[in-house]
Design a protein around this ligand. Structure first.
Ligand code: DAT
Length: 174
């Protein structure tokens, strides 16, 4: 039994996942599980996609690496995919969304190649991550939150913090 929930914060690159995760971790004491870092540190790479200029992840290795942490609970998973995590270990899935003009500027600012930029813009416009979340988890635990400006970050963090407090109350009474 987990005494603290596991939360996935997912979405297209650039929407604000890491920004949300870092602030949530510092305000709640939960752990920011940055999957990018785990992949590098725990040797979960399975080659490199030259066209997309990004690492290919060995998902089995990644799961093996983080499963004990998920079983312990209190993890905020920061990753641009969500369908690989076992349903039984996930309590909330937050899909962060961003207006496409704003997202374009953020990704351009990161120096993404045109191909990578196009792929990510298409993914956001086609709601790929939202669909993946809805296909992979019960609809009651999937929440879509907008992250175009700083006020929305504050609103989102407040909502998630309240949800965490309620989850902990509900699960301490059992
Ligand atoms: P991700 O982890 O999804 O790739 P990020 O947290 O690194 O995204 O954010 C990308 C950039 O956009 C970063 O410079 C912070 C900025 N940003 C994110 N969410 C924002 C928001 N709601 N308002 C203003 N800037 C935001």
């Amino acid at each position: 039994m987990r005494s603290s929930p596991n939360i996935i914060i997912t979405g297209t690159p650039g929407v604000g996942k890491t920004t949300h995760c870092e602030q949530l971790a510092s305000s709640t004491g939960l752990t920011h599980l940055n999957v990018n870092k785990v992949v590098k540190e725990r040797d979960c790479e399975d080659g490199f996609d030259d066209e997309l200029n990004s690492v290919i992840v060995d998902e089995d290795k990644l799961l093996d690496a983080i499963e004990p942490d998920l079983e312990a609970g209190g993890q905020i998973i920061d990753w641009h995919a969500c369908d690989m995590f076992p349903q039984s270990l996930i309590d909330l899935v937050v899909v962060i969304r961003c207006n496409s003009t704003i997202l374009y500027d953020r990704l351009k600012g990161r120096g993404y190649s045109d191909k990578k930029l196009d792929e990510n813009m298409d993914a956001e416009i086609m709601e790929v991550l939202l669909q993946e979340a809805r296909d992979s988890y019960d609809e009651e635990i999937v929440v879509e939150l907008q992250s175009d400006d700083l006020d929305q970050i504050d609103e989102n963090l407040e909502r998630i913090q309240t949800w965490i407090e309620n989850w902990k109350k509900d699960h301490s009474e059992a």
